[in-house]
Write a protein that binds this ligand. Structure first.
Ligand SMILES: *[C@@H]1O[C@H](CO)[C@@H](O)[C@H](O)[C@H]1NC(C)=O
Ligand SMILES: *[C@@H]1O[C@H](CO)[C@@H](O)[C@H](O)[C@H]1NC(C)=O
Ligand SMILES: *[C@@H]1O[C@H](CO)[C@@H](O)[C@H](O)[C@H]1NC(C)=O
Ligand SMILES: *[C@@H]1O[C@H](CO)[C@@H](O)[C@H](O)[C@H]1NC(C)=O
Ligand SMILES: *[C@@H]1O[C@H](CO)[C@@H](O)[C@H](O)[C@H]1NC(C)=O
Ligand SMILES: *[C@@H]1O[C@H](CO)[C@@H](O)[C@H](O)[C@H]1NC(C)=O
Ligand SMILES: *[C@@H]1O[C@H](CO)[C@@H](O)[C@H](O)[C@H]1NC(C)=O
Ligand SMILES: *[C@@H]1O[C@H](CO)[C@@H](O)[C@H](O)[C@H]1NC(C)=O
Ligand SMILES: *[C@@H]1O[C@H](CO)[C@@H](O)[C@H](O)[C@H]1NC(C)=O
Ligand SMILES: *[C@@H]1O[C@H](CO)[C@@H](O)[C@H](O)[C@H]1NC(C)=O
Ligand SMILES: *[C@@H]1O[C@H](CO)[C@@H](O)[C@H](O)[C@H]1NC(C)=O
Length: 642
């Protein structure tokens, strides 16, 4: 806004002067207050359905197992175990399925039955470990034994055995209104040939206490000598009347690491923003290795080994299967009609490092959702990415990360845009209207073209300043015109594209905008829309005329840009350009302040790259991830003093 002021001498050429006036008038005019922040998040979760990718189906089809007494092998199935001596395979007791080290087996089971498995290990050879020998860094006991030629010695050496089970499908209620979930499977493990079928009726010589699955998943490790066979029983519980269907699960035993993996302390995702029907998320940096970064950044969407699954709260969804890779995926696939997740790789949001990006669409307004990130098993990773797998601790069967919740915005006035060609750091909800509801690229283009046009004019002005002369003639030794141009662009994009919140969001640091779009008698619960509020410059309209004239949103709230965006541009640009931040009192109405000590982690003003840390969301406000590398952030209302 133009302010009468005793400012430094104004000696710009008329063209520049005109440019600044335009900027000031169009963009900065509003003396306002802003508040920011936002979505109430909750912690409880509840799942829903959806996503793509088919679950892998393995020997299940060939097994024809079912009640209690388990499977019959078929010839096709035996083929998988070619490296076993035939008589070893034959040794498995009847009704016991033979597992292969480090591979999962799918199984279907009727309620009230126990399915049996064995990992057979021979007394004469180490053939069951051969394939895995290269996977582990640990000395292979089998080999040292062979070299020493001492069988006794080999038998003394204990080995860790990793066992994991994931439930892929559970019975469903037959009648409406069931408030509880079906009971979980239970895992029994024995290493005693005297108890080759461990289960609720055969608890002698168990190698560990029976473990019920938690939310469709469990892992268990035991130690055993390399010649000891591992016997496993998985009990499918009996169900009370009112349930129908069978259980389906995966079981895997490995001598190197758990096949299935779950991490309950880290969602590995940040939320960028949400609107009334969509939400945008990114993962952490997938790799810091610059030689791998390009390969990851260029991955085709269907090759990205990360996928997000989303369920509405209070839907049946993945309830009871929240820690199971195949369970979440199948639950989503069952009813994937409405929710779509579009994924891509991006190097935005800091440091030019690759991140996976998920745009979730088809959501309903003002509704709580539960999300899960799943990482595929290691064989889906791009070549040469072993270091990435190891850093993330991903195993063959993939990983389920901690679930998280968020709530969509309550009205249609905000819409998420991202991947803008010019303002490439912009990714959040901006003011919108139903006419752009299914066409966010048209909305993005409208804003982006406007920013580019302002920037072009600015570049012309900047070009008249001696940036590229010798050091002595430069306007500053510390800052160049490139710094100025970059800071200006960041500021410009942030100011032209206000970060939008629902009008009903209560956070006091948000600035009400566009009350002029409200019918004269209309009221907004919790908001004072007196005649004065409707007339005030700041609350009557938007900062950017384009919004009111072409986008035509309803009333909304704006998360003000952070004041440091303004300070940066003043610091970086030649004084001749006359940029100046508003004085303290006035500034508070145009720029926001970053969260102070007491509010650490809250998003109280907007800056490029601001994200919501899903790990610290605690019901109340939105939190910002700390340590997210953001390029430079400037935002501010620059006031040109005339
Ligand atoms: C969404 O979650 C919040 C916080 O847990 C809760 O207060 C609210 O009632 C939930 N909304 C719905 C529609 O379930
Ligand atoms: C083990 O590693 C060596 C060298 O890295 C390789 O030549 C060999 O094929 C690997 N063996 C198996 C069974 O993977
Ligand atoms: C044989 O075992 C001894 C210890 O009993 C060990 O010192 C030696 O290195 C082993 N030999 C080989 C070839 O592994
Ligand atoms: C699922 O996990 C939640 C939270 O971790 C826990 O409270 C609940 O008991 C678990 N449910 C089942 C069926 O394991
Ligand atoms: C084996 O299980 C125990 C108890 O559950 C656990 O403390 C330990 O960390 C596990 N070991 C490995 C290598 O996972
Ligand atoms: C899937 O959707 C169909 C129709 O939309 C519905 O009849 C069915 O109950 C849903 N199934 C589940 C498991 O939610
Ligand atoms: C989106 O809007 C643009 C520009 O108005 C138009 O060219 C394009 O066809 C629209 N796309 C869809 C899917 O409606
Ligand atoms: C850029 O400058 C031209 C010529 O001075 C002017 O016509 C145009 O409106 C300016 N664009 C903006 C966005 O100010
Ligand atoms: C300064 O000069 C260099 C090399 O001549 C050129 O690449 C750069 O774009 C110039 N910068 C500006 C701001 O003109
Ligand atoms: C609403 O604003 C008007 C004018 O500013 C003021 O007189 C009135 O007290 C306010 N009402 C409330 C409930 O804040
Ligand atoms: C990505 O890497 C940059 C540069 O090291 C770092 O500043 C930033 O915090 C990382 N982002 C995430 C989400 O881990």
């Amino acid at each position: 806004m133009r302010r009468p002021n005793t400012s430094p001498s104004w000696r710009l050429p008329p063209l520049l002067l005109a440019l600044y006036i335009v900027i000031v008038i169009n963009l900065l005019e509003s003396p306002c207050l802003v508040h920011a922040a936002e979505l109430p998040f909750d912690i409880d979760s509840t799942p829903i359905h959806p996503i793509h990718e088919r679950a892998q189906v393995t020997p299940l089809a060939a097994l024809e197992i079912s009640t209690g007494e388990g499977l019959q092998e078929t010839e096709g199935y035996v083929g998988d175990f070619a490296y076993f001596e035939r008589e070893l395979v034959g040794r498995a007791p009847e009704g016991v399925a033979t597992l292969k080290d480090g591979e999962k087996m799918d199984m279907e089971a009727e309620p009230g039955t126990v399915s049996y498995f064995v990992l057979e290990r021979s007394e004469t050879g180490d053939n069951d470990e051969k394939d895995e020998a290269n996977v582990s860094n640990e000395a292979d006991p089998g080999h040292s034994v062979a070299e020493n030629g001492s069988i006794d010695r080999r038998q003394e050496q204990e080995q860790t055995i990793y066992i994991s089970v994931n439930t892929c499908r559970q019975p469903l209620p037959d009648v409406g209104f069931v408030s509880d979930l079906p009971p979980q499977l239970t895992l029994y493990v024995s290493t005693s040939p005297d108890n080759p079928k461990p289960g609720p009726d055969a608890k002698d010589d168990l190698a560990a206490q029976p473990v019920p699955l938690n939310n469709g998943s469990t892992v268990l490790n035991i130690t055993a000598s390399p010649t000891t066979s591992i016997y496993i029983g998985v009990e499918a519980p009996s169900l009370s009347p009112g349930w129908k269907g069978t259980f389906r699960f995966e079981v895997a035993v490995s001598t190197t690491s758990y096949y299935h993996s779950y991490r309950g302390d880290e969602p590995f995702l940040f939320m960028i923003d949400t609107d009334s029907e969509s939400a945008l998320f990114i993962t952490h940096n997938i790799t810091y290795d610059t030689s791998l970064a390009r390969q990851w950044a260029d991955l085709e969407p269907d090759k990205i080994p990360f996928q997000m699954y989303v369920f509405p709260e209070n839907a049946w969804g993945a309830e009871g299967l929240r820690r199971s890779f195949c369970g979440i995926r199948e639950a989503f696939n069952v009813n994937n009609s409405a929710i779509k997740v579009e994924r891509s790789m991006t190097t935005r949001y800091g440091a030019d490092l690759p991140k996976a990006q998920f745009h979730v669409q088809g959501l309903e307004r003002n509704k709580n959702y539960t999300g899960f990130l799943l990482t595929d098993g290691t064989d889906k990773f791009p070549d040469a990415s072993r270091a990435v797998q190891e850093t993330l601790g991903i195993s063959r069967g993939g990983r389920v990360w901690k679930q998280f919740q968020w709530k969509t915005k309550a009205d249609d006035s905000c819409q998420v845009i991202y991947n803008l060609p010019f303002c490439n750091n912009i990714a959040y909800a901006v003011p919108s209207s139903p006419k752009f509801a299914s066409n966010s690229s048209a909305l993005a283009k409208l804003y982006d073209d406007q920013a580019r046009s302002y920037y072009d004019n600015f570049s012309k002005s900047l070009a008249q300043i001696p940036c590229n002369t010798t050091a002595t003639a430069q306007y500053s030794l510390a800052r160049t015109c490139d710094d100025c141009a970059r800071d200006y662009k960041t500021w410009l994009c942030s100011v032209l594209m206000p970060r939008c919140e629902s009008i009903s969001t209560p956070d006091p640091w948000l600035q009400v905008r566009n009350l002029g779009a409200l019918a004269p008698e209309a009221r907004i619960p919790g908001l004072n829309v007196s005649g004065e509020e409707r007339r005030r410059w700041a609350t009557r309209q938007s900062r950017n005329k384009l919004i009111d004239e072409e986008v035509k949103p309803g009333p909304y709230k704006e998360l003000l840009p952070c004041e440091d965006l303004c300070f940066d541009i003043v610091r970086s640009c030649p004084a001749m350009l006359g940029f100046q931040c508003p004085a303290e009192g006035m500034r508070g109405s145009q720029y926001g302040k970053r969260a102070g000590e007491g509010e650490k982690g809250r998003l109280m003003c907007n800056f490029p790259g601001a994200v919501v840390d899903l790990n610290t969301v605690r019901g109340a406000g939105t939190r910002v991830g700390v340590g997210l590398g953001m390029i430079v952030m400037l935002m501010g209302v620059l006031v040109v003093v005339v």
